[in-house]
Write a protein of this length. Structure first.
Length: 444
């Protein structure tokens, strides 16, 4: 069944707005659909998939869209929709445009220059090549250029993984266990989940398998005090709360009131009562300082370039600027330094990003360890063995789309050395003030 010709005009209209790169593509699409309520679900799906196809293949498409009789923006639109829904589903094409699409379909993209094959901006392609080599960069870029699968996390407060699989089949929705995350399911298609009883009851949450593994390596246990330092909308927070079996105290810190507001309905569905959302002004907020030296585990999922999420957010590679990486590094180092103060002796600090660049990952951790002798690196292979996760890693967690079929994630586990014992309480006649000063120094 062909799409109505008007879909070409709708897609071109929203494409013009998205290519200004003034806001995330999903935000712009959401606003557009709200302003155009007459578009049905099939039409909205075609527009969205067409837009994402253009963003994924922008280098390749732009090169060919600029050479032709019809306007460049219309050609871009046609290329994106043809990639997303197929030429036969498009209505309203001229004979010249149909011939154009058939000609493009015959091109062997593997014979094109490597950067054009990658569909990455030059600065990012060059960084990836320097870090991974050209062959692996092309494999990585190809994986980043595919739509991400739909992964779910089972909330063990409400159900077991087997129970969820059985109930999904009744829908009917086919899902299979994820290979690494012990509570993950990969849905084989992309059905709407919002109206499913399982979703409304809080038995499932949408969460990429890599993000689930990250929550798992925190090692949060029953009765502990844990902080999710950059909680955002709380996907990892909810995973941590369930791992703690709804005991202890779990603080969800974030500087954004809007992001924390998105956590509230998810928290209500989850059945968790051990989560405490807290808005902070910055990493040295008084609310943070009050917990200094009291926390068992701190997860810092730091703000980053987001380059590991290009399967879901292909516009990021075009919106993100090379100059922003240095600014990110400064912010990441400051947040990690502030979060480190929370930990008690023997506590663990988990630094993570969804970036693929060493500059935001290894470099930040190495710089931190040079400046904080009270912390040591716990090799990731040891942490994964503790959590019984069958993943081969060295010192760090590095999950890559072309190897692990997840978003790109980095993590390092840093452990605070045990604090020196407090001096004995003074006996009568000793200098109490001097002993107090010594105790304060030991805590510093």
């Amino acid at each position: 069944m062909r799409l109505p010709p008007a879909i070409l005009a709708n897609t071109e209209e929203v494409l013009r707005e998205i290519l200004r790169f003034t806001s995330p593509a999903d935000t712009t699409l959401s606003r557009y659909f709200k302003d155009h309520p007459r578009l049905g679900s099939r039409e909205r799906g075609a527009v969205a998939e067409g837009i994402y196809a253009i963003l994924r293949n922008k280098s390749f498409f732009t090169d060919f869209a600029e050479a032709g009789q019809s306007p460049t923006m219309r050609r871009l639109t046609i290329l994106g929709l043809a990639e997303a829904v197929g030429v036969d589903s498009l209505g309203g094409l001229t004979e010249e445009e149909t011939e154009f699409l058939n000609r493009i379909a015959q091109i062997d993209r593997t014979l094109m220059p490597a950067q054009m094959q990658s569909n990455l901006p030059k600065w990012l392609f060059d960084k990836f090549v320097a870090q991974y080599g050209e062959a692996e960069t092309l494999a990585l870029a190809h994986a980043l250029n595919q739509p991400a699968p739909l992964d779910l996390r089972v909330n063990t407060i409400k159900a077991t993984r087997d129970e969820v699989v059985a109930r999904l089949l009744e829908a009917p929705i086919a899902a299979e266990p994820t290979p690494y995350a012990p509570l993950g399911l990969r849905v084989l298609k992309k059905p709407s989940l919002q109206n499913l009883p399982l979703f409304k009851e809080g038995a499932i949450e949408v969460q990429d398998e890599g993000s689930q593994v990250l929550a798992q390596i925190v090692g949060a246990k029953r009765g502990e005090m844990v902080v999710d330092f950059c909680a955002g909308a709380g996907g990892k927070t909810l995973a941590l709360g369930a791992l703690m079996r709804n005991t202890g105290r779990l603080y969800a810190f974030d500087v954004s009131e809007k992001r924390l507001a998105k956590l509230k309905p998810r928290l209500a569905r989850s059945g968790l009562s051990n989560v405490h959302p807290v808005q902070i002004a910055h990493e040295r907020d008084a609310k943070v300082k009050r917990l200094a030296g009291k926390i068992d585990k701190v997860l810092v999922d730091a703000p980053c370039s987001g380059l590991g999420t290009l399967r879901r957010n292909p516009d990021v590679k075009w919106r993100q600027k090379e100059t922003a990486i240095a600014e990110m590094q400064e912010k990441q180092a400051a947040i990690l330094d502030g979060a480190a103060r929370l930990l008690k002796g023997g506590g663990r600090l988990i630094y993570a990003t969804c970036s693929l660049l060493d500059e935001e990952n290894d470099w930040i951790v190495e710089q931190f360890l040079k400046q904080h002798e009270e912390f040591t690196l716990v090799p990731m292979h040891q942490v994964l063995a503790e959590q019984k996760i069958d993943l081969e890693m060295g010192d760090y967690l590095k999950m890559l789309p072309h190897k692990h079929h997840t978003d790109g994630f980095f993590a390092a586990v840093l452990e605070r050395k045990p604090l020196p014992p407090r001096p004995p309480k003074p006996v009568e006649g000793e200098d109490v003030a001097a002993d107090a000063d010594a105790a304060d120094a030991a805590d510093a």
